[in-house]
Ligand binder design. Structure first.
Ligand SMILES: [Fe+2]
Length: 252
């Protein structure tokens, strides 16, 4: 099972200074489409757009529609759930984008249960979580029927070293703990992948490996890259095999 991860595309159609972000996304889509073997799915871990306008989502959707592999996505702090839902249709993977208020859902692809968690917090750019989301997430991971589970979300619910701002990017540490507790109790979670910090970091949550990635928007990517890669998008490729996850950074 191969998963291509993209994140933090921050499409901003009204900002003339952000025009490179659409071309960054298009180049990334082209590079993912050229992969051999092809990924089974592409996961976007949020901040699809920057200002959440209909125009931003339309531009992002058009660029992402050229992906040969099916796409699943979840919301970042820059997204807005109603516009996000109008923009994306995950039915090709048998997913509905989440019941009720939150963008939490599962899709079973190539023998792996992919579970989106929604860490959007209406009051800040940091992450948030709540009892309702934890209950629904528990149901989604509990219905894996023995499949390995890959959880994808925007805000990593654990402290990370050497990032911009607080090491824990949740407004309330108890809400991060609530999410981490669901992960710790769920059998079969092989990995948690996140965005938000615009940097590649690795850690663990509830005994499960966790990784973050830089932003596909190269102007917002804070990873320290070699000269040959600077100013170009870098995406992640995850292989899930024998109940383990391994990850590579792929330059575009
Ligand atoms: Fe972001």
């Amino acid at each position: 099972m191969l998963v291509a991860q993209i994140s933090d595309t921050h499409i901003a159609t009204a900002d003339p200074g952000a025009g490179s972000r659409l071309s960054d996304l298009r180049r990334t889509v082209d590079a993912i489409n050229r992969l051999s073997p092809a990924p089974d799915v592409v996961l976007h871990t949020g901040d699809v757009v920057h200002d959440a306008t209909a125009e931003d989502y339309a531009a992002a959707r058009l660029a992402l529609s050229r992906l040969a592999a099916p796409l699943l996505a979840t919301v970042g702090n820059r997204d807005r759930r109603p516009a996000f839902r109008r923009a994306f249709d995950f039915s090709a993977c048998g997913a509905n984008g989440g019941d009720g208020e939150f963008v939490q859902y599962a899709a079973d692809v190539a023998g792996v249960r992919l579970v989106a968690a929604d860490t959007f917090d209406g009051g800040s750019k940091l992450g948030g979580y709540c009892a309702g989301r934890a209950e629904r997430l528990t149901q989604l991971v509990g219905a894996a029927a023995g499949r390995p589970i890959l959880l994808f979300l925007h805000h990593p619910p654990v402290p990370l070293p050497e990032i911009y701002g607080p090491s824990l990017q949740f407004r309330d540490a108890s809400e991060a703990d609530l999410l981490a507790g669901v992960i710790a109790r769920a059998p079969g979670v092989v990995g948690v992948i996140a965005g938000h910090v615009h940097r590649s970091r690795s850690s663990s949550v509830g005994g499960v490996p966790l990784s973050t990635m830089g932003s596909i928007a190269a102007d917002l990517n804070f990873d320290e890259l070699p000269d040959s890669r600077r100013g170009r998008p870098v995406f992640h490729l995850h292989r899930i095999e024998s109940g383990m996850i391994s990850t590579a950074s792929v330059g575009v």
